[in-house]
Design a protein around this ligand. Structure first.
Ligand code: ADP
Length: 298
């Protein structure tokens, strides 16, 4: 498109156009290939990291869980001692000594804080597990089974799973059309729904609306997730499908949601596209072939 390479002169304009078209297609294929190579490299790293982290995270979380119940038992024993202590006269030397030790180690504070610390740490680990799962999906460790799926059911069950994330942010409006069963890997398509819905909820600052629209013709089924959130400026739109691109604060976003989603949809032979007006919201539209990809693809 840029540098003018000499074009073969084969009898006039039409052939010239063809060459030009061919060259453009070649360039598109080349950049697609580069993108795929990049994805494959990142995917491999992601799979490696996820695998390595999975094991320690597993035992840390199980140890912390045990520690939490053990601490509950230790506190029960201490409570029993305290009962005995209370039975002693106030000036009894043992009782005085116990009170001193308790004050010195700030026991009342410890008793309050230890369970909180353990709960927070377990929550943190749950978050790490989520990230590991994202990374695993991203690198496609397991592939799932294709079947004829009801996308409305998929939407509803996904909504149930993330009900808590949505309920204080948005009213969900369903504008469902008629959808035939769609040949797909339902678990993967649900993951796309999950990413789109949770992004929509996160884009809304106070209370807003998430509208789900669906429809189909003979060959294609489509699902739109539309929100009344802050919208996406064009320069951000250009990058949102890149792996690891995120505008969210550390700990909130991995930047993998949309890249995984587009990857899933494209492997189904479909398309995932965005449109948005800043300040008004964003709409993500997924289009899938009703019959699925011919075998070998997905
Ligand atoms: P993450 O949500 O972890 O940041 P995603 O790949 O799901 O990763 O999204 C990438 C970025 O796209 C987000 O950080 C956000 O800037 C933007 N984005 C995605 N969905 C929306 C939406 N519905 N409204 C506004 N911005 C969005």
């Amino acid at each position: 498109m840029d540098a003018r390479t000499p074009q073969p002169v084969i009898g006039g304009g039409e052939a010239g156009d063809e060459t030009q078209q061919l060259r453009e297609r070649l360039e598109q294929a080349e950049s697609r290939l580069l993108q795929l190579e990049k994805m494959a490299a990142v995917g491999q790293i992601a799979a490696g990291v996820a695998h390595e982290i999975n094991n320690p995270v597993g035992f840390i979380s199980s140890n912390l869980g045990s520690l939490k119940t053990y601490m509950e038992r230790v506190f029960a024993v201490i409570a029993a001692y305290e009962k005995m202590e209370a039975a002693l006269p106030p000036e009894h030397p043992t009782r005085v000594e116990m009170a001193d030790v308790r004050a010195e180690v700030e026991f009342d504070y410890l008793r309050q804080d230890i369970p909180d610390l353990l709960t927070e740490s377990l929550d943190g680990l749950a978050r790490v597990k989520e990230i590991i799962n994202d990374l695993k999906d991203f690198s496609r460790v397991d592939d799932g089974q294709r079947q004829e799926a009801d996308l409305h059911r998929g939407l509803e069950s996904t909504l149930n799973v993330i009900r808590n994330e949505i309920k204080y942010k948005a009213e969900v409006i369903r504008e469902f059309g008629d959808l035939p069963l769609v040949n797909c890997v339902p678990a993967q398509i649900n993951q796309v729904f999950m990413n789109l819905l949770s992004n929509a909820a996160q884009a809304i600052e106070t209370m807003g609306r998430i509208t789900l629209r669906t429809g189909a013709d003979e060959d294609w089924a489509w699902v739109e997730v539309s929100d009344t959130g802050k919208g996406i400026p064009p320069e951000v739109q250009a990058r949102i499908f890149e792996p690891f691109f995120t505008t969210k604060p550390v700990g909130k976003g991995t930047g993998l949601g949309l890249s995984i989603s587009r990857d899933i949809v494209e492997r189904h032979g479909g398309k995932l596209e965005v449109s948005s007006t800043v300040g008004q919201g964003a709409t993500f539209r997924m289009v899938l072939p009703v019959a699925g990809l011919p075998e070998k693809g997905g």
